[in-house]
Design a protein around this ligand. Structure first.
Ligand code: ADP
Ligand code: ZN
Length: 529
């Protein structure tokens, strides 16, 4: 098929059906494929699951010669090649895992024109030994394009800079006539510019897809002592497989073990396990031998499992971008999938602790800001999509009908009286205690600390029994976020009053908080867990 005929009406659709079995293109794919067939350089920014691979795979199959795909992850490379081969597509990869004989036999196949797509790792592509082979490929069968996957790796401004990607500059110098397509799922404006510059793209056609994933249902739930039962229920009610993200290796092991005892097919995945165990668990999950994988964020980059039906963040994610990427591993096939996050105040402490361990002050500052953003996301009563997409600079009008806040808007309630009680108690305790202690006093606890300070004699002692400890916490957090009380950041989290607090106490100001739809559970504080 010559490129001109290829874009004739329906020809592209026919090829799409022929090679991949899909009936129609996803948004953007057709224009991209057309531009690629016209040998244009391209920069494609599409969210994970958006269908990037097809953008270089289809043109590769429709043209003479080989398309060289650069991919940084060996596991991903093997996966893609495997699944393409299963579809009868002539492709192969060359990387360090292969024996010398195997490499040679693949190289021969390439030179004989039996291969349309060749996957290589960047360090290999640009090695002294490999470049002469590339020259032979160019001379004998032709190279019709380069596809640079995970192109954000060329940029130090991205989240995953890889020095070996820097050398990709050589590609343009050495193969100036060969069109190049750069693909990534994450690129801020800055990173986009960097990619274009580093790879020396020539007047590239830039395609930036919406990051909206309409098939994903986003939900945030309060973390309480009941959350574990909710998790089990969620898994049991889901027909398909899912990923459960936890903050630490210890938590991963613990949750995986508990779920197994529950009779759920759950396996762990984290960086503390040996390579073999890890890759075997990953394979089991991908092959549906295990319904659930419990994992740290070490899991998922480059995993190609389109039918993940749910992703649960059992612990708070560290930032919005991470949350978007991790939850985005659900529903890559476009079918409905659930993304549930459990939001517990205890996790904030854990993440703060992790942040405190960082030695670089700038890193600390950024991490703190990211933490605040994810807390705001969790506590917000606004459409979850609006917040997530806004983070990527995309304006979304809200009313998505597919997040908890849109389907079931939180009522706000007037909690002025409660706020006055709470803040007065902070004042009575002389602004020297954290929220747990204040709540203990309000709820009339007889614990050691209360008695030690004689706080059972305060006028605010026991005036808060009409609310659960969790409800008081919710109020306290809301007051902090609304700037109506301060929490010290020196690690002791002491509550301090400010001007706003006094306005509330003087009845000059009302306090509204969004109350969760489900009643907050009684006496289930994070500390009890
Ligand atoms: P990305 O690389 O952008 O994360 P993939 O290329 O892995 O996404 O595609 C995600 C899923 O979408 C895959 O299962 C793929 O088969 C499917 N897909 C891609 N394009 C189409 C299409 N036009 N029609 C139906 N499914 C598609
Ligand atoms: Zn919404």
């Amino acid at each position: 098929i010559s490129p001109l005929n290829a874009t004739a009406p329906n020809q592209l659709e026919r090829s799409l059906k022929h090679f991949f079995g899909h009936d129609s293109f996803r948004p953007g794919q057709r224009e991209i494929v057309e531009a690629a067939l016209q040998n244009r350089d391209l920069l494609i920014v599409m969210p994970t699951g958006g269908g990037k691979s097809l953008c270089f795979q289809l043109p590769a199959l429709m043209r003479k010669g080989v398309t060289v795909v650069v991919s940084p992850l060996i596991a991903l490379m093997q996966d893609q090649v495997e699944s393409l081969k299963n579809n009868g597509i002539a492709c192969t990869f060359l990387n360090s895992t292969l024996s010398w004989e195997e490499s040679r036999s693949r190289e021969t196949a390439i030179l004989q024109g039996q291969i349309k797509l060749l996957y290589v790792a960047p360090e290999r592509l640009l090695s002294e030994r490999f470049l002469p082979f590339m020259d032979m490929v160019r001379a004998q069968v032709g190279i019709c394009g380069f596809a640079i996957d995970e192109a954000h790796c060329v940029s130090e401004w991205g989240h995953d800079f890889r020095p070996e990607y820097r050398q990709m500059q050589l590609l343009r110098q050495r193969y100036p006539e060969i069109p190049m397509m750069a693909l990534t799922a994450t690129a801020t404006d800055r990173v986009r510019q960097d990619i274009t510059q580093q790879l020396a793209l020539r007047d590239p056609k830039i395609h930036i897809a919406s990051f909206n994933r309409p098939n994903l249902y986003y939900e945030v739930r309060q973390k309480t002592k009941q959350s574990y039962r909710e998790l089990v229920k969620l898994i049991r009610e889901s027909k398909g497989s899912g990923i459960i993200y936890c903050l630490s290796r210890r938590r991963v092991d613990e949750i995986a073990y508990k779920l197994q005892r529950e009779g759920i097919d759950a396996i762990p995945y984290h960086a503390g396990m040996n390579d073999q165990e890890r890759s075997s668990n990953q394979t089991r999950f991908i092959r549906d031998d295990a319904q659930v994988i419990v994992a740290t964020i070490a899991f998922g980059m480059g995993i190609n499992k389109p039918d993940v039906r749910f992703v649960v963040h059992y612990d708070l994610p560290r930032n919005i971008e991470g949350y978007y990427q991790e939850s985005g591993r659900a529903g890559r096939d476009g079918e409905p999938a659930n993304c549930t996050m459990f939001f517990g105040y205890g996790d904030i402490k854990t993440i703060e602790y992790i942040i405190d361990q960082k030695t670089d002050v700038d890193e600390q500052r950024i991490a703190r800001q990211q933490l605040r953003q994810i807390i705001n996301y969790s506590e917000s009563t606004v459409c979850r999509r609006t917040i997530q997409l806004g983070y990527f600079g995309e304006r979304f009008p809200g009313n998505c009908e597919n997040c908890d806040n849109c389907r079931n808007p939180n009522p706000t309630e007037d909690w002025t009286i409660e706020a006055m009680k709470f803040l007065s108690c902070v004042a009575r305790c002389k602004e020297r205690f954290g929220m747990n202690h204040i709540i203990d006093v309000l709820r009339g606890s007889k614990n050691q600390k209360v008695l030690k300070y004689g706080h059972e004699t305060l006028s605010t002692y026991g005036i808060g029994l009409d609310k659960t400890a969790d409800e008081w916490k919710m109020l306290a957090r809301s007051l902090i976020h609304q700037g109506l009380v301060e929490e010290t950041t020196d690690g002791y989290s002491v509550l301090k009053l400010n001007e706003g607090s006094w306005e509330v106490m003087r009845k000059q100001r009302q306090v509204f908080i969004a109350v969760p739809k489900a009643p907050v559970n009684t006496d289930m504080t994070d500390r009890d867990r």
